[in-house]
Structures are given as C-alpha cells and as structure tokens.
Design a protein around this ligand. Sequence first.
Ligand code: ME8
Length: 674
Amino acid sequence: MSAPFYITTPIYYVNDVPHLGHAYTTIVADALARYHRARGTDTRFLTGTDEHGQKIEEVAQKRGLEPKAHADEVVERFRATWQNLDIAHDDFIRTTEPRHEAVVAEVWRRMAAAGDVYLGEYEGLYCVSCEAFYTEGQLDAGELCPTHKRAVTRVKEPSYFFRLSRYQEPLLAHIDANPDFIQPESRRNEIVAFLRTGLRDISISRTTFRWGIPAPGDPAHVIYVWVDALTNYVSALGGPGAPLYERYWPGACHLLGKDILRFHAVYWPAMLLSAGLPLPRTLFAHGWWTLRGEKISKSLPATRVDPNQLAADLGPDALRYFLLREVPLGVDGDFSYESLIGRVNSDLANDLGNLLHRTLAMTDKYVGGIVPAAAPELDATGAHAELAALAERVRAETERHFDAFAPSRALESIWELVRAANRYVDVAAPWTLAKDPTRRRELEHVIHTFLEAALWAALLAAPVIPRKAGVLLEQLGVPELVGGWPSRWNCELPAGRTTTRGAPLFPRIDEDRQAELLARWLPPESGADAGGARQTDAPATTKPAATAATERPTATKQKPPAPAAPPGMIPYDDFARLDLRVARVLTAERIPGADKLLRLALELGGETRQVVAGLAEAYSPEALIGRSVIFLANLAPRRIRGVESQGMILAAGEDQVLALSALDRDVPPGTKVR
Ligand code: ME8
C-alpha cells in the first residue's frame, strides 16, 4: 500500500459566502481524496475556515455583530455548500477553535525559541482585503492594492517580526532537492525567481485591532492572520507529535489558488523550518476561474457564480465534472454557462448516459436483465480484444493523471473508454447475434463486455461524479463496488446480478430548458450573455429560483445586438478582451538548444509569470533584467520547447525582433495598458 495521503484546501475567509472559486478548489481536493481512497491509500482530507483578522472584524462590525457570531453564521454557508456539492472531507477546521489556537501558540513559541521572533516597529502599507503588507513599488497607481484595486492603509505600530530573511537559502535548497515540492513547474520557477530577489523579515503581529490569537507572553499583540491560518494544516492533526500528525503530515499536499502561493511556498515552509518541523510533500497552485476575463471573487460581486444554484439545477456531478474537465488544473479558465450546458449535453447526457441507457436496454431485451458470464477466450479476438486493451490502458492513464494532479486528463482518458464502448456496441451488434442461436455465447460475452465497460467508466469517474457513479453501480446490480477501483478486465462484474433500468442518468438540457436555466442564473442587468453571473448578496439567503425564473424574460431574448465592425476591423469589445499590462523583467536566461529563445520571469504586480520569448538574437539576457515591457497577460499558456509560456511580450518586427516595447516613464508592474 502507498504512503498516506493528506490533502488540504485553503481555509476560506468568512467575510463572505462561498463562490465558484472556493467550490473549485474544494471539488478538486475532494476528487483527489476519493481517488486515493479508491486505490486503497490511507487518505485524509481537510478543509475549513479562516475566521480571525482585521477583515473579518471589520465585516462583523458593519453587520453590528461580534466577529465570532458573524463567523458562526457564515461558516454554516460553507458547510451547507460542501454538503450540496458532495464534498466528503474528514475534518473541518475553524481557526477560532481551541484545538487550533493552542497549536498556533506552540508554533510561535518554537519560532521564538529558535531566535526568529523579535520586537520592532512596523511602518508600511497594508491591504486589509489581502491581509498582506505591500511596498510602494508593488502597488497600482494611486496607492491601490494590485489585487483588490482598493486603497491600502498606512500602518505604524509596534510589531513582532519573523526572521524570514534567514530562510532564503534553505528554501532554495529544499526546492532544488525536491523538484515536485511546488507544482506546476511554472509556479515553482516563479517562487525560485522571487526567492532569488532576497527575503525581508516580516511583521507577524498587530496591535491596532483585537480579533486574533494573542501572542504568547505579550497579549497586547494579536498574531498575524496568515501565521495563524497557515498553522491550520498542522493544528487539525492535533499538532506536532499527535498520532494523526505522525500518520498524515509526511503525506501532506496543499492545494490552493495561485493568489496565495507565496504565503504557502515562502512563509509557511520558513515557519516550519524555524519551528523544527518537516515541510509538506507538495504544494499545488491552480489557476483562476474568471468571468468575462475578470477573476471570480468576493470583492467583485458581478463575477459571482453561485455553485449551490448550479448544483441544485443540474445536480452536483454535472458541475463537478465540468469544472474538472474543462480546464487543466494549474491554468486559468473563463467560466461560461453555455460551456457548462454544452459539456453536460455532450459528455454526460450523450456519451455516458447513452452508454448506460443502451446497455441496460439490451441486457433486458436479450438476456432478461441478468448479467451473463463473459467468455474469456473471446477477449483475445477482434473488437473484444481492442476494447480490453483500451480499458487496461485507460485505467493506467487515469491513475497516472490523477497521481499527477491532472484530473482533466484523467477524465479525457476515461471518456476515451466511454466512447470506445459505445462504438463497440455498434460493431459487436448484439441485435444481429441475437438472431442466431448458435452465437448465444458470443452474444452473452458482448453484453457482459459492455456492462463491464459501463462499470469501469463508473469506477474510474466516481471520484469526480460520485453520486451518479453510485446510481450507475446500483443499476448494474453491484452497489457494493462503490468506492472501489477496477483491476482486471471482464473480471469485475459478477455474472448473475440483476440490472435495473432507471431515469436517464444525466437528462439532456434541451433548448427550452436552457433558456429557463439561463434566465434563472443570469442577473437581470447582465446584458444576459451566457457568461453572466447570478448575483448573490451575502450573507442574506438567495432568492428562490422559481421566483427568479418567472420574473424575467429568457436570456436569449435579452441579448443586445453586438455593434457590427466594418470588414477588416475589430469591434472595441474585442480589443477590450486583451489584458495588456506593464511587466518588469526579474530574470532572463537562455534556453539550452534554442538559439532564439530566452526564458524570462516577469513581475506583474503581486504575481510572477514565466515567458518564453524569441529575443535571444536581439538582446542578451543581462540587458533585459530590470526593464519594463508591455505584456499580454491573458494569452492562453502554451509550451515552447517543453517550457510553459504564460503570456507574450510585445515587440516590434515581424520575423525578427527589432525593438522591445518600452514605457517612457516608470510605472509599477501590473499597471493596465490601454
Ligand atoms: O485566501 N478561481 O481565503 P479566500 C479559482 N483565508 N479559485 C479561487 C478563485 C477563483 N476565481 N477565487 C478563490 C484566503 N479561489 C485565506 C487562505 S489558507 C492557510 C488561508 C479559491 O477565502 C482558491 O483556492 O480568499 C484561493 O486560493 C482561495 O479560494 C482563496 O480563498
């Protein structure tokens, strides 16, 4: 059996109710946990809520509540959402629980005992929404936070500091020795580039508000909310030395969005090293879901997509499948309701639904609804052999992809089997075999085989679509196989079981239903293109869906006509989709074996991007470091010579680069270009 697997999500702030972004991370973690459990791995899955800090205190004050009372209310929205999405976590931690607070104090004491905590005074810029400190150079014009586009506050107060600067070399050495520690590779490069620029000590306590864990020995200070929050991964296991900690911490894998990678890949490992504790095995930073190019977030209500509503209307499996299949983990994806409906209809209703529907109907018709025995000698011949080989290959690939945090590729493989099984039914043509009594054994083998294929598809896809996979297994007469994993072809489904036909697994969403759903999901003022999001005012309860549906005309009727552009021209809206920004070159190096290419790390205002650019003939790497360039930030990533390129630098010249784009005065990285 493989080593234990401990998967965590970020603990989410209770300043607002869960949205699609939170649902995404939690569904991915749930699918990975279910996959590892199905393979027999000792697995633990943790999620929870981040309840301290200035941001929560301010939100609670606005609502006229004590912070804890506010958190108690919002945490229920998270729990309910996870229930609606079939999230099977083993533990849910809240940072206001005594079991957590005790371990935070212990980690603080350990860091202090290592000589890494000292008292000073902090003066600088703070974004309450990020709960993070900024330097002036990192801010957008007008001293705005680059993430939230809100004014930062200047704070000056006594503060304890953590000697982060001590850990630059140990962190670089750890990353170098453990190439899988930070994934995907592009994010690792980003962190390495950041570490190489040097680390400054960080402020780890605040004195100007009270909502937090008191610093041991100096209760006038509350512990910085990120030091508090990051410790949840260990406190939920009972802290250093506890039995759960001993069992699971070596297999720790933190799944998170790229927005908070620096906290996880720099602060957290440095804290652990200081506290004399081992580092987690893996950090995986996934990309962002956007809506019309804007990050889905609490601070932009127009981007809200309510996962509860989608799960209520389509079933949780449809949403889970879409989110995991549509975009590779690690890459950004633009959400649209049309793509969601498209996936449900093509992959779930057509491919999988059809397979089950046809196989059960034919089992009824030709063998009286009883699973027949397979004829193993036939598995070595013709279409049977092809399907057998494909199923074994798909199983191995699915394992490889899930193991490598690539659920979209796992699903792609599984659907190869689903489609092949549908083709097999056509080629093996049981309706012809049934006419010839001498071919009875072959007929039974064919029926066994396509039922087996449906069973394999259900088991392999169950981590992503657990509810419908359960229904499928029940209809095949093998409910006891829920949570299992296939191993040998045509040996999983026992002969003699009774199959049962039921309602379609994933009903097709026809045009009328589509219009009805879009009208329900889209806010009335959205202009109603299918990329629009329903707005939910937190934390008040959402409007009943039926009322919303009857109040508004259908989405298709609301759509305003797009202004036409003359031939050869593009409308302004097309230009507006380009996310052009100022980027500063942090590092530049040649790519071995590629004469024209350089690999660059670019600072983009709180975020680093890796880019492969054809600049090597025009510029030496050294000449580029520190320059500001114009950068296309929302170009889909692609691999160039095996290196992921996450955007494009603008330069003059067609086949050859003649000159790099530049700005005639200094502006902070991340500033928009129009
Ligand atoms: O940062 N696309 O909490 P948070 C994909 N409390 N994922 C998204 C997303 C989007 N548009 N928006 C949010 C915090 N997420 C801290 C974490 S952990 C010790 C403390 C997901 O409520 C993604 O996982 O702001 C992101 O990292 C997380 O929600 C941020 O949640």
